[in-house]
Design a binder for this molecule. Structure first.
Ligand code: ATP
Ligand code: MG
Ligand code: MG
Length: 369
């Protein structure tokens, strides 16, 4: 999506990813043999060096990269490698947010031992959210400890990865705000959205967030912007938050890149998160983050098995729904739980949106909500 946006602005892009036909490589043809895409892993320092030698500005669309290699890239890197490094360790990220006064719920370090997990449960209570400090995504790296006797099970599930524990947050809603920050430090927030997760994976996003609390939207945007101001570097950041019954907001986590909760901006906002990421890292004027449609929803297309049949059935229906835009990522294999694409639906009213969305959801074997 970043590559597609770059091509509209005639920004030449070189991609580092494993394989010759990775999703982004399908979008942009290599510029020249000198600027061929790089075949390799974003955690391989040699490959990062190879990419850096071909570009003026380097950016990431995943935080699980080799941040030390980025520090030595020798070209402009956004967001700054130190920010990526800080954010990719979720415990360090929480400590950073806590010392900057950002609202977060209690968390403590945990050793990868049964005794340490039990001590954390005694300290923060049950259920307890155990999280892997690094390499987490789509909830892979989280374990909900409901009973103290599950400590062994948690260790087995999370392996030998460094852990920490978070107090369970009994939120009523999950919300998110995309924030864009320019090289001069200007920050702009996109509208607040509601995210609906199932099995730790984001399934649906609704924009804008509807609430009886007239202050909520502005409060959430300001929490998100204040948090992003504490990090160095330019680009788009996704700020995931928990909303409590009494209106309190806690930050769950921050992503230093365009975010799943901002896919809707492609069809629904004046400037998509991808275009604004490019504008931000290239020192171009930031674009408007305003909504340009009254109501919008985004449905992730999540693999149900190794077969694409269910996805085909869903996208066939999507093609008949007014206001629905299908995005398929061109991933080589489908797997249960893998994000294969998404569908954004825009509508002139919330009622019309619900009706359009209902048609889509009825094409799924089981409802995500
Ligand atoms: P992502 O794909 O968003 O990067 P992740 O693997 O980093 O996901 P988290 O965002 O930490 O995982 O958690 C996934 C989901 O688990 C959250 O969206 C929320 O639904 C739930 N969750 C996380 N932390 C807590 C908590 N402390 N209390 C209750 N629920 C939580
Ligand atoms: Mg995460
Ligand atoms: Mg998350």
């Amino acid at each position: 999506m970043l590559a597609a946006s770059a091509s509209l602005l005639n920004i030449k892009t070189v991609i580092l990813d494993v394989g010759e036909h990775g999703p982004a490589k399908q979008v942009v043809a290599p510029l020249s043999s000198q600027h061929a895409h790089v075949d390799g892993s974003f955690s391989d320092p040699a490959k990062i060096k190879e990419l850096a030698a071909k570009v003026d500005v380097l950016t990431v669309e995943i935080e699980h990269v080799d941040a030390d290699a980025l520090e030595q890239a020798g070209c402009v890197v956004h967001p700054s490698p130190s920010t990526i490094k800080l954010i990719q360790d979720k415990f360090a990220q929480k400590q950073h947010l806590q010392t900057r006064g950002c609202p977060i719920s209690p968390f403590i370090p945990v050793e990868s031992t049964v005794e340490s997990i039990r001590a954390a449960a005694r300290s923060l209570g049950l259920p307890l959210m155990l999280k892997s400090r690094t390499l987490a995504y789509d909830g892979r790296g989280n374990f909900v400890l409901r009973n103290i006797s599950q400590a062994e099970e948690a260790l087995a599930a999370l392996g030998n990865r460094p852990l920490y524990a978070e107090k369970w947050v009994p939120f009523t809603h999950e919300i998110a705000v995309i924030v864009v920050r320019s090289t001069t430090g200007e920050v702009r927030a996109y509208p607040v959205v509601e995210t609906v997760h199932k099995d730790n994976i984001c399934h649906l996003v609704f924009a804008p967030l509807r609430s009886r609390d007239a202050t909520l939207s502005q409060r959430a945007q300001s929490v998100a912007m204040e948090a992003i101001k504490t990090f160095d570097g330019a680009g788009v950041f996704g700020v995931e938050m928990f909303l409590m019954k009494d209106g309190t907001i806690f930050i769950n986590e921050i992503a230093p890149r365009p975010h799943n909760s901002g896919h809707y901006t492609i069809e629904a906002c004046e400037t998509s998160q991808y275009e604004n990421h490019l504008r931000a890292i290239l020192s171009l004027p930031l674009g408007s983050t305003e909504l340009k449609v009254p109501s919008c929803a985004m449905l992730n297309i999540i693999g149900l098995s190794s077969s694409m049949d269910e996805i085909k059935a869903l996208t066939d229906v999507a093609l008949t729904v007014p206001g629905a835009s299908t995005h398929l990522y061109g991933k080589s294999e489908c797997r249960k739980g893998r994000k294969m694409g998404h569908i954004t639906v825009v509508a002139p009213s919330d009622a019309e949106l619900r009706s359009r969305l209902r048609t889509l959801l009825s094409a799924l074997p089981s409802s995500p909500i």
